[in-house]
Ligand binder design. Structure first.
Ligand code: AHG
Ligand code: MN
Ligand code: MN
Length: 336
């Protein structure tokens, strides 16, 4: 049976008290870009989107064709909104400052999350975050523009992701809980299909790249050892491992049936501060998780309170069901 209500994203946003028109326009633009990315994703090889683009991004990662296409679509949509002072992306060394842009908002995004899954037809996504543009910000140089973005995650005005899976879903928060919208691809419109999402407090599932085990720090090793010990171990129950290698898909599962997601700092990534990027991967996901009743930490502090020093800064990430993240935080505190 079809979902009974047909509340579109536009209707949902219009009904939110205190949501400025400019911010609504930004969110609608992001959704428009993601409808286009979803269409390309669904066409796969038929749209010629598979494979490498042939260059590297600022992170030193080989860009896929879809990384570049998705980035271009997000930039064009952001500029069309007319509400942005600047945009920052995983795929751009420096912020993009649209000509004559005077908008009140900054848009940050990971245009294509889970790039290693594109060619193997596994769920991928787009992650986005909106921050306020400070009135006295200086846009005259790349360095100054990048500095305007360096705000902690607690300052986000909106955050979300789109997951391109069996269905295309948009998950959004503007600070009043989390709602999920499903794309009607024929109409090109997202309709609300879940409201006030809550992460179940207890879980039997965890997500971590186990192949990095030998590089982990002691608290993470300790925590995962306890989970792996199962019923006869200290936790007294069996835990199941799931790792999609697209953060959007792993977080979406946690927002649906609970769990915990970890990408910790380890011996291999310590010089860079972790694996995932703070401003356009960790912060939007952390806010969604908190808004859904979960917790997001670096292991040593609340993730949303980390004050960024650089635009592409990385951070250790531990998020999901509250009890699990609290256990991780306790283990970190005990081993300092
Ligand atoms: P991206 O494709 O934007 O570079 O991000 C990939 C991230 C994240 O989505 C995922 O959880 C993680 O990298 C996968 O890491 P492993 O390669 O260690 O599995
Ligand atoms: Mn990513
Ligand atoms: Mn990416």
């Amino acid at each position: 049976m079809a979902h009974p209500e047909r509340i579109s994203l536009a209707q949902h946003l219009a009904a939110q008290a205190d949501l400025p028109d400019g911010l609504i326009r930004v969110l609608e633009s992001v959704a428009e870009a993601c409808v286009d990315i979803a269409a390309l994703t669904a066409q796969g090889a038929l749209a010629g989107i598979l494979g490498e683009a042939g260059h590297e991004n600022v992170q030193g990662e080989a860009q896929k064709k879809l990384d570049v296409l998705a980035n271009d679509l997000m930039l064009a949509a952001g500029e069309r909104s007319g509400q942005l002072a600047a945009m920052a992306s995983e795929e751009l060394d420096w912020p993009c400052v649209p000509p004559e842009a005077q908008g009140d908002y900054l848009l940050l995004f990971d245009p294509l999350d889970g790039s290693s899954n594109i060619d193997v037809n596994v769920s991928i996504g787009t992650i986005f975050s909106v921050l306020p543009a400070l009135r006295d910000a200086d846009w005259s140089s790349n360095e100054a523009a990048a500095r305007a973005f360096l705000q902690a995650g607690v300052r986000q005005l909106a955050a979300g992701y789109v997951i391109y899976g069996p269905a295309t879903l948009l998950t959004l928060t503007t600070g009043k809980g989390v709602d999920v919208f499903t794309l009607d691809a024929e109409e090109g419109v997202f309709f609300r299909t879940r409201e006030a999402v809550q992460i179940p407090p207890e879980t039997g599932e965890f997500a971590i790249n186990m192949s990095n085990q030998r590089h982990w720090e002691a608290p993470v090793r300790h925590y995962i050892d306890d989970l792996l010990a199962g019923k006869t171990g200290i936790r007294g129950k069996d835990f199941n491992l799931r790792w999609v290698a697209s953060m959007v898909a792993d977080v979406h599962r946690i927002l649906t049936r609970g769990g915990v997601f970890l990408y910790p700092v380890d011996a291999r990534n310590r010089d860079r501060g972790g694996r995932l990027r703070l401003m356009y991967e960790a912060n939007p996901m952390a806010w969604l998780v908190e808004q859904a009743g979960g917790t997001a930490s670096t292991g040593r502090g609340r993730l949303l309170e980390v004050v960024p020093e650089t635009l592409h800064q990385r951070v250790p990430v531990m998020l999901g069901s509250r009890q699990e993240v609290e256990t991780l935080v306790r283990l970190h505190a005990e081993t300092v």
